[in-house]
Design a binder for this molecule. Structure first.
Ligand code: HEM
Length: 241
């Protein structure tokens, strides 16, 4: 007979982070796509500045939520912690191999926290989100002179006699030409990483959602509803109890 047990796994901290993160990413991607295609869509300069400003405000919420999750990984519940999901502990490779072979033969093992592949995926995802947040915060400074670097950038590029606090984007007459060129060179690697980070994230999102659906169908454990209720329902004895 199958022994069905209910376990409280995802604490409120993880669930709140997850859904705020989803909402922010939808907003950031939607506006990011419009910024990317601004020329094609005939968006005016004022429109572009507005889009970037909204993108940055959502970005602040996203970056704060992510920072909070990084702290929560030190102080949160057992399954929210780095120790529960970083894929570096001893025996990880063997555990992953066993997990994949059991999964492929239809005998998937069940986990309370993330399964070995899930651990790798979550680590890569958090790293990618962190990269998007850091590069985005630099771009907020170089593009619209917003914090945390905005006033430093404005001081750097303001033409002699121009108050840096009055700088507005796309107004070359207010900038010192040489300093502006140097600032654009400084910005270049950040926009390149932000741009490729965006495409990598799109790919990750597809993989993440497909993996969750396939795992739920093959392994059980109601992964999807657990991110709402925090509770997993398992039919086997979990590997990581
Ligand atoms: C998951 C998170 C994020 C995604 C998917 C994302 C996506 C994008 C995309 C697709 C673009 C257009 C890139 C281009 O024009 O080449 C963009 C631009 C930009 N992003 Fe983000 N972004 C994210 C987070 C952030 C954050 C946290 C901030 C700042 C708080 C930010 C600030 C900016 C700025 C200022 C631009 C304008 C750069 C330009 O001139 O094109 N982004 N973002």
């Amino acid at each position: 007979m199958t022994d069905i047990k209910i376990y409280a796994i995802w604490d409120a901290g993880v669930r709140r982070f997850h859904w705020i993160n989803v909402l922010c990413i939808i907003g950031l991607i939607a506006i990011g796509v419009v910024i990317l295609n601004a020329k094609l869509l005939g968006v005016s300069v004022e429109g572009k500045i507005l889009l970037k400003t909204i993108h940055v405000w959502i970005g602040y919420v996203f970056a704060l939520n992510l920072s909070w999750r990084i702290i929560w990984a030190f102080i949160g519940g057992r399954y929210s912690r780095w120790s529960a999901f970083l894929p570096f502990r001893q025996g990880y490779i063997k555990e992953t191999r066993d997990y994949i072979s059991n999964f492929s033969s239809g005998q998937a093992k069940q986990y309370l926290g993330h399964n070995p592949l899930g651990r790798l995926a979550v680590t890569l995802l958090i790293f990618l989100l962190f990269v998007q947040a850091v590069t985005g915060l630099v771009l907020a400074g170089t593009d619209i002179y917003y914090p945390p670097l905005g006033s430093w950038i404005a001081n750097w590029i303001a033409a002699p006699g121009i108050d840096p606090a009055t700088l507005v984007p796309y107004s070359k007459e207010l900038y010192d030409e040489e300093a502006y060129k140097a600032m654009r060179a400084f910005r270049k690697p950040f926009i390149t990483i932000h741009y490729y980070g965006f495409y990598t994230l799109l790919l990750f999102i597809v993989v993440h959602i497909s993996a969750v659906v396939i795992t739920e169908l093959k392994e059980g454990g109601n992964l999807i509803s657990a991110m709402f209720t925090g509770k997993k329902i398992l039919t086997k004895s979990p590997e990581d109890e």
